[in-house]
Design a protein around this ligand. Sequence first.
Ligand code: 5AD
Length: 441
Amino acid sequence: MCYAIPGQVLAIRDDRAVISYFGEERSAMHGGMLLAVGDYVYAQGGFIIERLDREDAQLVLDTWRELFFHLQDVDRRLSSPRVPGSDADKKYLRILDTAMEGRALSRDEYVRLLMSIDERECDLLYRAANFLRQKRQGNSCCVHGIIEYSNYCDELCRYCGISSHNSGLARYRMTENEIVDEAVMMIRCSGFRSLVLQGGEDPAFDTATLCRIVERIRAQANALLIISAGEIGIESLKRLYTSGVRGLLMRFETSIPELYERLHPGSTLNERLLHITAASEMGYLVVTGSLVGLPGQTPENILDDILLAKSLSPEMVSIGPFIPHPRTPLGALPPSSVQEVMNAIAVTRIVDPDNAKILVTTALETLDANIRRCALMAGANSIMLNLTPQGYRERYDIYPSRAHVHDDVKLQIDDAIGLLREIGRSSTDLSMNERTNTVQR
Ligand code: 5AD
C-alpha cells in the first residue's frame, strides 16, 4: 500500500517502479509516465499518479520523517494480541492462536468466530484481527472521499432507499460542472488522492457523460478515481478505464444466488460477478463486499460472503450492516447488530490477512457513532469520508439517519486525522498535512 506522502523512485522495471517511503519499499505501475531513478512521486493504490519537484517533496518529507516512525511505534504498542491471563474458553483461544500464526482455519472454526457473543471472546477476536492487520499490513489506512452525484436509480433493490421503490424521495442530479468542480477542489485543496464517484443507476449519466466527467477531472487534478454506478456493462467499464478510472466499487451484496434474485428482481448474482471479474481483468482495483443482516442469513452465509469477497482478489472489502429503510419492501425488518458486523470484519481480516484493506462503513457508524475506532482496532484499515455537497447529501437516502450527513468536510477530515494519529495510523489517500487540509472552499 502506498502512503499519502511522496515516495522516491528506486528502480524502474517494465511497467512498474519501485518506490521508497523512508526506506520501506513499494511497487507501483507508472502508466508510461516519464520517470527517472531518484524522482519523487505520489502513488495511489499501486498506481503512480503524480511526479513532484524535489524541493516540494523534501518539504513534505521533512515534516513527516519523525511522525512516520512515531505512528508506527504507537500502532505496534496498541496491537498486542492478548491481555495476559485471559480466562476465555481454551478451544476458542486455540482457534485464535492458529489464526495469529497465519494458518488457515476450518469452516467450523471461522463460523465459531463469527458467532462470538461473549464480550471477552469478542475482545480477543478483535485483538487477534488487529494483531494480524498490524503484522501483515502495517499502519497504513486508506481514507477515500466519496461524491454521490445522483440519487436517481432505475433499480428495484428491495432494501435500498434510493431504489425506485421510494417514490416519495426528492431526487437530485449534480451537474457535470458541479461534479468536476467538487472533485477537483477536494483533490487540490483538501488533500484527497483518491475519490469515489457514486450514483444510482441513472440513465442520465450514460457512459459518454461519465467518461467526460472523468477526463475533465483528470485534466485538472491527479487522483485515483473509483467508479460506483451500478451495472453499467462491460463495454462501459472498458471505456471508463480508457478515460482514466482505475477502481470499481461494486458490492455483490450476498453470495446466495436465490437471495440475490429475491432482493434484486430481474438481476442475477452471476451478472454482478461478471462485472466485478471483468473489471479486475481489465486492471481495475476492485472494492467489493456484502450486507450483514439480510433476511434469513446465517453465520455460514456470512462466511461464504467473506470467502467470495476474498476469491475476487479485492483491493478493499466493504462489509456493512443492513439498515431497514421504511420506504422499501424490507422496511419492517430489524437491522443487523453492530456485533455481527464487527465479527465479520475481524473474520475477514483473519481469512485474508495480507491483501484486502477492510472498510469501516458509514452504515456501521450509523448504528454506533463511536464504532470507527473499534473497527479500526478489529482488523479494518480503511475509512471513507462523505464529500457530497451539503445541499444534496441528505437526499442520498440509501438508509435512514446516515452518519456524518451534517458534518462538513473540514470536520470529517479533522476527526479522521485526529483518530488516525491517536491510534498510530498513516493515511494512504488523504494528505495528513494540516496545511493542506485546512484550505477549504
Ligand atoms: N442498508 C445498508 N446498506 C444499504 N445499501 C443500500 N441500501 C442499504 C440499506 N438499507 C448499500 C448497498 C449498496 C450500497 C451503495 O449501499 O450494499 O451496494
